[in-house]
Design a protein around this ligand. Structure first.
Ligand code: SPD
Length: 276
């Protein structure tokens, strides 16, 4: 007989449950509670403090969309920094890009990296690539210590509570801008337009005070509550909508392509209203 065990992400007013085949691993790290489960519908899933971080079934959407629009907008995206992203999905996507030469991942919780390598090898697939340097350190501190160095900075954070709260602040975004070169681009995951409209608006306004070009874009991620998810790109020079489609390399992507590059910046009216 099949077991009837469920794991639930409970946001207070909204809860989403997944039926579990097997609990693979559970531990309290120095920073958060980490759980890896195998689920019937989404395969293995990583939860941090009870919130879904990634699933084998839909992770490609998030990891392609937090990396590819920026690397295909920047004309020379050689040095890329990822803050967070310890599961390795963003690393895997950046390694694919021929123009990216050096990827630095700064993850505060080394246990996320170790457990992802062990239990989510499809996602943590590129840590051994020679382009990749991993630092287990505080991303906020790393940003303050590096000035005018990176072409792209990707903020692949958890939700804005707990260890990641500081990664959503105006002060942090200003420091990110100083860590970028004069033509740099920053991308952050910025939550759901249904659940987090005030946060998205505040982030947008903060970034507009720092960068000449700020654009919100969308992707569809079933395991992130409400399904519709936003990313915010802030750029010192390059406009993602002025990219030539023929310059976007045909890499092995399951979600991102030349049309999605432009279409993801087309916003439904209610989303456009959040950032107008
Ligand atoms: N509510 C989910 C937000 C999580 C965003 N980051 C996930 C990390 C995947 N690399």
């Amino acid at each position: 007989m099949k077991k009837n065990v469920w794991i639930t992400e409970d946001n207070g007013n909204l809860a989403i449950s997944y039926r579990v085949k097997e609990t693979i691993h559970e531990e309290q790290t120095d920073f958060q509670h980490l759980t890896v489960v195998d689920t019937y519908d989404f395969g293995r899933m990583l939860f941090l403090d009870g919130f879904v971080m990634t699933s084998i079934k839909d992770e490609f959407v998030y990891h392609e969309m937090i990396t590819q629009p920026a690397v295909n907008t920047h004309q020379n995206p050689e040095k890329v920094l990822i803050i967070g992203g310890g599961d390795g999905g963003a690393v895997r996507e950046l390694v694919k890009h021929p123009k990216v030469k050096q990827i630095t991942l700064v993850e505060i919780d080394g246990r996320v990296i170790e457990n992802s390598k062990k239990y989510l090898p499809e996602i943590a697939a590129s840590y051994d690539d020679p382009k990749v340097t991993v630092l287990v350190d505080d991303g906020i501190k790393h940003i303050k210590e590096n000035k005018n160095f990176y072409d792209i900075i990707i903020i692949d954070s958890t939700d804005p509570i707990g260890p990641a709260e500081g990664l959503f602040s105006g002060e942090f975004y200003r420091n990110v801008s100083e860590a970028l070169k004069e033509d740099g681009i920053m991308v952050a995951q910025t939550e759901s337009p249904f659940a987090d409209d005030k946060l998205i608006k505040r982030i947008h306004q903060d970034l507009q005070g720092i960068y000449p070009l700020v654009k919100l874009y969308l992707a569809y991620i079933p395991t992130y509550p409400t399904g519709m998810w936003t990313f915010t790109m802030a750029s010192k020079k390059y406009d993602p909508l002025k990219v030539k489609a023929e310059d976007i390399p045909e890499l092995q992507h399951r979600y991102y392509n030349k049309d999605i590059h432009f279409a993801s910046f087309v916003l439904p009216n209610f989303v456009a209203d959040i950032v107008k």
